[in-house]
Design a protein around this ligand. Structure first.
Ligand SMILES: Cc1ncc(COP(=O)(O)O)c(C=O)c1O
Length: 386
């Protein structure tokens, strides 16, 4: 049995590659995993300790629907300190099961069937599926490869119709590694104000960014706090993907319906994990920054190395941990290349086609893997491509 809505929801392409790779491994083959978007580091020990301590201290029960007050306070403190943005921990933040839930509840609690949401292409796969599952129409805007995957605000303006309600921004971006510039954000902010649109800003890779690129939250631009929802979380910077903690931050008029949706969907997030998250946000940031430095070294390596392979060409990622090279000059599409690399080079990547129309002819390489494995992967790819 399957609902009409469920029939529109595809199985995640990334998981498909992962499952194929696992099958090959079960037959004894060694696969280098460059398909999965999660840091290859464990959560820093002091964060783990805080969660274990919380368990020992009896934090075994449901928390407030919006999250424990201490975590909400830590989140709003972060935005006050880092961006001079004042949010109320009582009414302006909901702790979610990752940004994955944040995107879902924001689209379901704020938009109606028939509304349109503008989303980047290429993009993380959840945005359009979350829209479609609420009968909201996702409308793509292009991220331009030759501009290091920046959007063009004029394109976005052309796509705005009377049905447009929201613009989704994702910077730094999965799968491209692109970072929206201040100039582009300023123009998008102007459009949002002219057309009375809400911005949904996925900032999960906020801190995984490589100088000189800098993260700017569009909420900090004049007149934008009141029309922006920030989606962020602990998964990437603190390597806490399995803890399932994220948050939505914005004004009460948006957070109130989001909280109502969230409380029936999940009640609250894991209580002792939230205590770990307080320590993540308030405690030693050293291990997390050390991880980002390591990602930067890997970025430098993989960007150079992949661009030397005949038929591959990639923009330089400014953030996140993905390289998104075009493989069009090899004559293959992303599916063909990804399949060949898995079967003949024992390297798992994701076909760019999974990330939208503009992903065609690309593959996504996650460099959240050791430098040693990245070097082995490049050697295998070179041998395979010839
Ligand atoms: C752009 C983007 N947003 C959100 C997420 C998911 O984050 P979370 O683990 O907080 O659900 C991912 C995971 O890959 C991502 O790439």
């Amino acid at each position: 049995m399957e609902s009409i809505k469920a029939q529109r929801i595809p199985y995640s392409g990334i998981r498909t590659v992962f499952d194929m790779a696992k099958k090959m491994e079960s037959k004894g083959q060694t696969i280098i995993h460059l398909e999965i978007g999660k840091p290859d580091f464990d959560t820093p020990a002091h964060i783990v300790e805080a969660a274990v301590e919380a368990l020992r201290a009896g934090k075994h029960h449901y928390s407030q629907n919006a999250g424990i007050p201490e975590l909400r306070q830590a989140i709003t403190d972060k935005y006050a300190e880092e961006y001079q943005l004042e949010y109320s921990p009582k009414s302006d933040v909901v702790v979610t099961n990752g940004v994955a839930e944040g995107v879902y509840v924001a689209i379901h609690a704020l938009l109606d069937p028939g509304d349109q949401i503008l989303i980047p292409d290429p993009r993380w796969v959840n945005y359009d599926v979350d829209a479609i599952s609420n009968d909201v129409e996702p409308v793509d805007y292009t991220l331009y490869e030759d501009r290091n995957y920046q959007p063009d605000p004029d394109d976005i303006a052309d796509k705005i119709t009377p049905k447009t309600r929201m613009i989704l921004l994702a910077s730094p971006s999965n799968p491209t590694g692109g970072v929206n510039s201040l100039a582009v954000l300023e123009k998008i902010a102007q459009l949002a104000q002219e057309h009375d649109l809400v911005i949904l800003s996925d900032e999960i890779y906020e801190k995984i960014i490589y100088p000189p690129a800098e993260h700017v939250t569009i909420a900090s631009l004049e007149g934008m706090k009141e029309r922006t929802l920030i989606l962020n979380g602990l998964s990437k910077f603190y390597s806490m993907t399995g803890w399932r903690l994220g948050y939505v931050l914005g004004e009460e008029k948006y957070l109130n319906p989001i909280l109502r949706y969230h409380q029936y969907m999940v009640t609250s997030t894991n209580t002792f994990a939230q205590w770990g998250a307080v320590t993540a946000l308030k405690g030693d940031q050293g291990p997390a920054y050390a991880m980002v430095e390591e990602f930067c070294r890997r970025r430098d390596y993989i960007y150079e190395a992949i661009n030397q392979i005949p038929g591959f060409s990639s923009a330089e990622p400014q953030g996140a941990f993905y390289l998104f090279p075009s493989v069009k000059e090899t004559g293959m599409d992303g599916y063909q290349m990804s399949k060949m690399l898995l079967e003949k080079a024992s390297v798992a990547t994701v076909p760019g086609e999974y990330f939208g129309k503009n992903g065609a002819g690309h593959i996504r390489i996650s460099y959240a893997n050791s430098l040693e494995n990245l070097k082995a992967a490049v050697a295998n790819i070179k041998a395979c491509i010839g």
